[in-house]
Design a protein around this ligand. Structure first.
Ligand code: FMN
Length: 203
């Protein structure tokens, strides 16, 4: 069967081909110093020396609160999470009237090493970021940040910093769709994952 072409006027849908994603929870400080929390998937490493990562946050038609906080404070924590807090992670993507979702969702702050913004104790690893520059890219703002500190729970990682999939199930988001009374988020269950060894063969 031939490939199915996505029509030119529907190319915005091609982004879905990049799924699944591994969302993390970003904590930032609100203007009143309370903590904001939201899940984001569009983040990736962009440099190793120095260690840097990118994050793309919606700017138009509505600017994410996390983006406003990052623009003002120049810092954020990227909290890496597992599937056990999937429900709270999704709940953190909704808007709350009082802008106090961190408290409503019962997250617990964890002290950061180099920046003022706390992480969450529910994370299995923290990446503390300080922004280097922001660039408007389409409807998002691309945030390029330096990783200024990072820590991880050794119970869930091997010595080489790889996740131990027998001990933790990372949050892997496949899709989201709308139903009559809400949204459904589908996650990948890594307990059925298989390791595949690809030996290097000299040619
Ligand atoms: C799994 C998941 C991944 C998301 N990834 C992103 C993302 O990469 N960028 C973005 O701008 N919004 C993303 N969102 C939407 C934000 O979480 C949502 O707009 C949230 O309300 C932003 O919160 P804030 O206004 O407190 O920053 C994602 C939502 C979910 C559920």
């Amino acid at each position: 069967m031939g490939f199915k072409k996505i029509k030119n006027d529907e190319l915005h849908k091609s982004i879905t081909l990049l799924q699944p994603s591994m969302p993390f929870l970003v904590t930032t400080l609100n203007e009143n110093n309370s903590i904001n929390i939201a899940p984001f998937s569009w983040g990736t490493p962009v440099s190793q020396y120095p260690p840097m990562m990118s994050l793309a946050l919606l700017n138009k038609p509505k600017k994410q609160d996390s983006l406003k906080n990052i623009e003002r404070m120049g810092e954020f924590v990227c909290n890496l999470i597992d599937i056990s807090i999937a429900e709270r992670a999704i709940a953190a993507s909704y808007e709350y009237r009082e802008n106090n979702k961190f408290v409503i969702l019962n997250f617990a702050p964890a002290h950061s090493e180099k920046i003022k913004t706390p992480g969450i104790t529910e994370a299995r690893a923290f990446i503390e970021c300080r922004t280097k520059f922001l660039k408007e890219v389409g409807d998002h703002i691309l945030i390029i940040s330096e990783i200024v500190a990072a820590s991880f729970n050794p119970d869930y990682y091997s010595g080489s910093l790889l996740m131990d999939l027998r001990k933790t199930k990372p949050l892997i988001h496949l899709e989201q769709y709308v139903v009559k009374d809400g949204q459904v988020h589908v996650f990948v269950d890594t307990s059925c994952c298989k390791a595949l060894n690809i030996p290097y063969v000299e040619r």
